[in-house]
Design a protein around this ligand. Sequence first.
Ligand code: SAH
Length: 396
Amino acid sequence: MAQLVLLPGKDRSLARRHPWIFAASVDGLRGRARPGDTVEVVAANGRPLAKAAWSPQSKIRARVWSFDADEIIDDVFFKRRIQAAVQRRQDLPELRGHDGLRLIHGESDGLPGLIADRYGDTVVLQLTATGADKWRRAIVAALQQATGCARIYERSDSDVRRLEGLEPVSGWLLGEAADEALVIGENGIRLKVDIVAGHKTGFYLDQRDNRLLTRELAAGRATLNCFCYTGGFSLQALAGGATSVLSIDSSAPALRTAADNLLLNPQLDATRAEWREDDVFSALRALKSDARRFDLIILDPPKFAPSGAHAEAAARAYRDINVFGFRLLNPGGLLMSYSCSGGIRREHFQEIVADAAVSAGCDARILRRLAAPPDHPVALHFSEGEYLKGLLCQVD
Ligand code: SAH
């Protein structure tokens, strides 16, 4: 097995159990390894530190599989890690009984580059790094065994694969598409999930708890849901008794699914729902000049800052939409504002929202700090895992 030799002093982040080894920390590779091969990571003095997956094309030159340098990385390793991740979720009472659940959350489940979401009896897999890509056969077998699911679909078409020198890949790895559309239940609402063409693995499971919170807050409130995708927040707001729900997204296919989702839930009052295909930035401006006001506003934009390098432009975009969010609220109104950008830390996001309130001339307070549910855990040593942060604010 090849050895990945670190530069002197560059073993510190590994000692803190951070799983990424950046190019700037690497002295060289001793021996031969192909992309995705397991290498032994050693300190400058030759001390063995870890086993990792080799990614020669990526700035993240290696991702750690195990901090035990003696651990053997084989099919059994993946079986053990995947079984443990699935079991941890089964053991948490609040995660029981959901049709849609994240089973494997990459680095935070000790499996860098591997995402697996379950929708009913279908698992959707996303492999974003060379190591996980290489072990796909073992991963599929282990997932099938751990879940009993007969269908596994691959959605490895995320942009980050390019950074690893990997082509996009999608398709069935086990079983085939069912005749009928895939529909999940989420806290009393039925939702269609398009695993083939939808975003990410088909749905934003990370907002499950926050959508439920919206339902609890919505009674009697005129609601605006910006970046609504397939209407998850919108339908929970209707279920919670919102007087009206205006939902905006720029994606026509997402809005078509949202309309289907409304039909799937005949218990909701569809006459209170309005959908608008538009760019949120210009829609917010138009709502302001029409003097529209709302009592609850949800801002759940896409990732404006995929990495720290985009943080400044992203901060401006977050600020802009939040200024409008505050301006469009009635007295006592609630703003639920999110960022899913890995490149923006929680404290930074709070500063951005605070600046936006000042610009809007609002006094506001934080009622809750919001995050992803526990099927999206954050490894303590991997703060990058905390990508989703939100604030529930109330204006005077
Ligand atoms: N809140 C949703 C997830 C939102 S994902 C849920 O709970 O499921 C972000 C959404 O923003 C995507 O649906 C995308 O189509 C939309 N989007 C991205 N840029 C946009 C823009 N400038 N204006 C309107 N919608 C946009």
